[in-house]
Ligand binder design. Sequence first.
Ligand SMILES: Cc1cc2nc3c(=O)[nH]c(=O)nc-3n(C[C@H](O)[C@H](O)[C@H](O)COP(=O)(O)O)c2cc1C
Length: 186
Amino acid sequence: MRKNVKPKAYIYPLPVLIIGTYDENGTPDAMNAAWGTVCDTAQVSICLSATHKTVKNLLKTKAFTVAIADDKNVIPADYVGVVSANNVPDKLTKTGWHIQKSEFVNAPIIQELPLVLECKLVSYDMQTEICIGEVVNVSIDDGILDEKGKIDLTKFKPICYDTDGHGYYTLGEKVGQAFYDGLKLK
Ligand SMILES: Cc1cc2nc3c(=O)[nH]c(=O)nc-3n(C[C@H](O)[C@H](O)[C@H](O)COP(=O)(O)O)c2cc1C
């Protein structure tokens, strides 16, 4: 039996994105964002509340990074989602993360996070609170790559956010091959 429930954007799985910026003093900030996705081959779209320090920062620097949180970074990834640099300007100190500046944009790379998209700000809409970024470089720890240079999900364990139960989960087993399995029905 199916059930009708209160409308909510139940998109599964949601990513756990860590958005990195620098403030006006060059102090790094990062926040957790689950409402983000791809909107072109090298563009990302993320819904970011205008009240966040991150948004104030990226509007000034015109740049940000998007790292994909993994199973080794659950605690600091959640921490940056519950503490704001509006109240704790040096909030990243407690994470233990090591920061290096991107060579391509004025935004921080968190060394512990193996996959980081370095983005130039394309637009931020105050009404929709949607931020669009152009990915100008991708910084990858080669420890998560296979012998062909592709991202290996047996080495890299991105986490997902459960919008209903609020849990963080890793992905499960590979169950198919895109652009191939469906051909069986063609
Ligand atoms: C699991 C999780 C997902 C979140 N997703 C978003 C999001 O998509 N957009 C958003 O604006 N805030 C989101 N937040 C809230 C921000 O991460 C949080 O308010 C953070 O403290 C803002 O930091 P800042 O003020 O230093 O930028 C999320 C928090 C958590 C824990």
